[in-house]
Design a protein around this ligand. Structure first.
Ligand code: UDP
Length: 196
């Protein structure tokens, strides 16, 4: 997939309607985690200050432009991006299009009870999905090893990580080797919105 460099971060040159089937197709064949960063301007700026974060953004499978600021920035730099792809819309789109055999979701993050509520709402909206595990984003051990172990046992096709940037991308980078057949995406405040 073509990318456009925004302050050194390669941002996918794609649209939501192209990106979702592309990832679903890749999931059928992949032998390694498909990691997705939905980048707003704060994330791009944070990567400028934090070299470890910059490195892990560059090592992600895809960085997509979540945030009109990234789209405007790309245009100003003379490398326009097709469209904005909000993370929250990707959350819905992946659940909406999840096919049998690839419909297992793990929700990690947000305050106690919120991921559970979000999972119930998701199941109401998309009865064909299975939410195979949930975990809140507080009070876990430093590296989140226990959450990763719990998630691995549930064999998810998708892990949505809602612990905010940069935490969510750091957890994904640290544990992605344990999930060779999984889409892992940082989703910020999505569970708060979905549960509400
Ligand atoms: N969050 C969490 N653990 C933490 C810090 C934050 O689970 O240690 C959750 C918080 O409850 C919220 C989510 O992370 O549901 C995203 O927060 P925010 O909206 O600040 O993230 P952004 O969308 O700006 O990345």
């Amino acid at each position: 997939m073509n990318t456009v460099p925004i302050l050194g971060i390669p941002v996918a040159q794609t649209t939501k309607s192209e990106f979702v089937p592309h990832v679903l197709n890749e999931l059928l064949h992949t032998e390694h985690a498909i990691t997705i960063v939905t980048a707003n301007p704060e994330i791009i700026m944070l990567a400028k200050e934090n070299h470890n974060y910059e490195r892990l953004l560059k090592a992600s499978s895809y960085v997509v432009a979540d945030g009109i600021g990234v789209v405007i920035g790309a245009k100003m730099l003379g490398t326009p991006i097709a469209e904005r792809i909000p993370g929250y819309e990707l959350v819905h789109e992946f659940m909406n299009t999840a096919a049998p055999g690839h419909n297992r979701f793990f929700f990690y993050g947000a305050k106690p009870g919120v991921a559970q509520e979000a999972a119930m709402k998701a199941k109401e909206l998309y009865p064909q999905i299975d939410v195979v595990g949930v975990c809140d984003g507080y009070g876990n051990d430093g590296d989140g090893d226990e959450v990763a172990a719990k998630a691995a046992v549930s064999e998810p096709d998708f892990i949505f990580v809602a612990t905010g940037a940069p935490k969510q991308e750091e957890w994904i980078a640290l544990h992605k080797k344990k999930f060779p057949h999984t889409v892992m995406m940082g989703v910020g405040g999505s569970f708060d919105v979905l549960s509400g």
